[in-house]
Design a protein. Structure first.
Ligand SMILES: NC(=O)c1ccc[n+]([C@@H]2O[C@H](COP(=O)([O-])OP(=O)(O)OC[C@H]3O[C@@H](n4cnc5c(N)ncnc54)[C@H](O)[C@@H]3O)[C@@H](O)[C@H]2O)c1
Ligand SMILES: O=C(O)[C@H](O)COP(=O)(O)O
Length: 605
């Protein structure tokens, strides 16, 4: 498997049964090869609705979880905002210039593409246009079909031994280079980011430093850069004037890299001899536009954006993106996300249980602590101990914490926090997270994660003493510390956390309240003060007993056997109850009023 870009899986959308009204839906407003769509149909509802206007798209998108497009659909921020359920936008091809990627990122929508499914097709199309422009194939075909026999008017030029200039020596550019060299051409290139070694190995004679070095030297010029601010109008009148009058230019990348008006002028004025153009600033070009005049120009061989239109390429890109959409919607990994950082699949596999753990720790924090301490705790330290500290790419853990912290208080319409938008959401909510790697030996478990909150209001930012620790055993996750209490429970389901004094009959009291409300107890655990807390309490007691006549009784042992008569009124513990059934405010109130109970939190994980 190739390096993958991932989003930490948010809660998977299962419910794939065809009869389930919540079955995830995917909209495909363009022609996408059926192979990939068939794969998606096994789990999801797929609607192919071609010919939608921008308004139609905005009105339809709210019910869809996935959108698969090619180059014709403009995925604007309005479309993305209307797509309240959207989790993924897939581009069945390479270029994502028709998708507002920053808007998708800010909404936590993953954008994926197929980075190499159509590169052979694009390179072959470039070579087709190279030969077609050299030998006037377009004009010859149409004149012959119109009953003419114009042999002397249609004399061409050879490409062998000529120089081809390539701007953009990436995936397509490099393939074009190899093919052109196979045709006996000399290739020189301009690409500030290309590897000179790889270029040399492919047979490229030189990587030149500037357009000024490239343009006068070439007989043919082809562009294979994306359309970026830096490549828009890369060639204008000045540049065309520097070229040989016999030169021909090609564009199978994106309309707009050659300024279309300038190219028309260059052809009309004879600054260059011809062009082969597949892509235009407007597709399809509007009546009378420069794009349309270019497409119809007699010195131009034009094709309607056919670079990727081969049976093979369409199958490739369809399979590439549909596989990713399938995975993302069930909480898995995309292999080519445009707006997520890279992580290896095996690395993610190792992190996965910790992602679950950290998300639950965040959610537990918000529901157990933040509810009672709304004033502080917006700065956090997430510390990775032991083997986990060796992992450098902890981005999924960061995202999981943000997700956990905000999920129970989020009103974002169910929009998931994920690896794509976690930083942004944390910033918006004033959450600061410091990640620390402590390469210490962790007793018992190989890896431990601790979450500590800090007051941000206090000038010295002293810890407020709220700590949650957890560990992973196999694939199971456990909380081992909750504030000053040593615990050992699986953070899942509905939990009631009761802070109490150890008093006889307390468990019976709690049981009676829950019984009265018909709440079923699935498990119960009593967490006593942890070692540091016990030592601190013992120290305090020692100091107090040396100054007081009747020293207080303090907690010096875990509270796990705390209900067994003769309880200690000063001994604190946490009673953890996993429960079934509806926990109303009335239940929480009644529990809070039970004897010996200091406070109660209801936590849903
Ligand atoms: N017509 C079609 O149907 C079709 C099909 C496939 C790809 N494409 C387009 O082809 C283009 C290239 O695709 P790719 O897969 O080779 O991309 P790529 O990312 O592999 O390569 C792009 C190259 O352009 C270089 N580059 C960027 N800015 C540059 C600049 N200012 N000057 C020189 N070089 C620069 C980069 O360094 C990179 O090497 C994309 O725009 C893609 O959408 C079109
Ligand atoms: O960027 C691409 O992949 C190509 O331009 C192909 O576009 P298409 O999918 O609309 O043919």
């Amino acid at each position: 498997m190739s390096p993958a870009a991932i989003s930490e899986p948010s809660s998977p959308l299962d419910s794939s049964s065809p009869s389930n009204p919540n079955r995830p839906k995917i909209l495909v407003p363009e022609k996408v090869s059926p192979e990939g769509l068939a794969l998606l149909r096994t789990l999801y509802e797929v609607d192919v609705l071609q010919g939608l206007s921008p308004e139609d798209l905005i009105s339809k998108i709210p019910s869809y979880h996935g959108l698969i497009v090619r180059s014709e659909t403009k995925v604007t921020s309005s479309v993305l905002q209307a797509g309240r359920k959207l989790r993924v936008v897939a581009r069945a091809g390479v270029g994502v210039d028709n998708i507002d990627v920053p808007a998708a990122t800010s909404q936590g929508i993953i954008v994926v593409n197929s980075p190499s499914g159509n590169i052979v097709a694009a390179a072959e199309h470039t070579i087709a246009l190279l030969l077609a422009t050299a030998r006037n194939i377009g004009r010859a075909d149409s004149s012959f079909k119109n009953g003419k026999w114009e042999r002397s008017k249609l004399v061409g030029v050879e490409v062998g031994r000529k120089t081809l200039g390539i701007i953009g020596l990436g995936k397509v550019g490099m393939k074009v280079a190899r093919m052109a060299i196979g045709l006996g051409m000399k290739v020189i290139a301009l690409d500030p980011y290309a590897s000179p070694d790889m270029a040399r190995q492919a047979g490229v004679e030189a990587i030149v430093p500037s357009l000024g070095d490239l343009l006068p030297a070439v007989d043919f010029l082809t562009i294979h850069t994306p359309l970026l601010a830096s490549t828009l109008n890369l060639l204008g009148e000045e540049e065309f004037k520097k070229m040989k009058s016999s030169a021909r230019v090609l564009n199978v990348a994106r309309g707009g890299v050659y300024n279309e008006e300038a190219l028309l002028k260059a052809l009309d004025e004879g600054w260059i001899a011809g062009a082969g153009i597949d892509v235009f600033t407007e597709e399809p070009p509007k009546e009378g536009s420069a794009a349309q005049r270019l497409a119809r120009h007699e010195k131009v061989v034009s094709t309607p954006h056919l670079g990727a239109s081969t049976v093979e390429a369409q199958e490739n890109v369809s399979m590439d993106v549909c596989t990713q959409v399938l995975e993302i919607l069930r909480g898995g990994l995309p292999t080519a996300a445009v707006n997520a950082p890279l992580i290896l699949p095996e690395e993610y596999k190792r992190l996965e249980p910790f992602v679950r753990l950290v998300e639950r720790m965040g959610s537990l924090y918000t529901q157990h602590f933040a509810v009672r301490n709304a004033s502080g705790g917006r700065r956090f330290e997430l510390v990775y101990h032991g083997e986990l500290a060796e992992i450098t790419n902890t981005r999924p853990l960061f995202a999981a914490l943000v997700k956990g912290l905000v999920s129970s208080i989020s009103d974002a319409g169910g929009r998931d926090v994920n690896i794509v938008n976690a930083t942004l959401i944390a910033r918006e909510r004033g959450i600061a997270i410091d990640e620390k790697h402590v390469r210490n030996e962790v007793p018992v478990y190989n890896s431990l994660v601790s979450l500590r909150s800090f007051e941000t209001t206090a000038a010295d930012e002293a810890p407020v003493g709220q700590v949650i620790e957890g560990y992973v055993s196999g694939k199971s996750i456990f909380i081992s510390k909750l504030d000053r209490f040593a615990a050992n429970f699986t953070p899942e389901g509905t939990l009631l956390i009761l802070h109490n004094y150890d008093q006889p009959g307390k468990i019976g009291n709690v049981g009676m309240v829950l019984g009265k409300h018909a709440i079923n107890i699935k498990f119960m655990q009593v967490a006593g003060l942890n070692r540091e807390a016990r030592e601190a309490a013992a120290k305090e007691a020692a100091t107090a007993s040396s100054t007081e006549e009747d020293g207080p009784v303090v907690a010096v042992e875990t509270a796990s056997s705390s209900d067994g008569g003769g309880g200690d009124p000063k001994k604190e513990a946490l009673m953890l109850l996993g429960v079934d059934g509806e926990i109303t405010e009335g239940v929480v109130k009644d529990l809070g009023e039970a004897e010996g109970i200091l406070n109660v939190s209801l936590v849903r994980l």
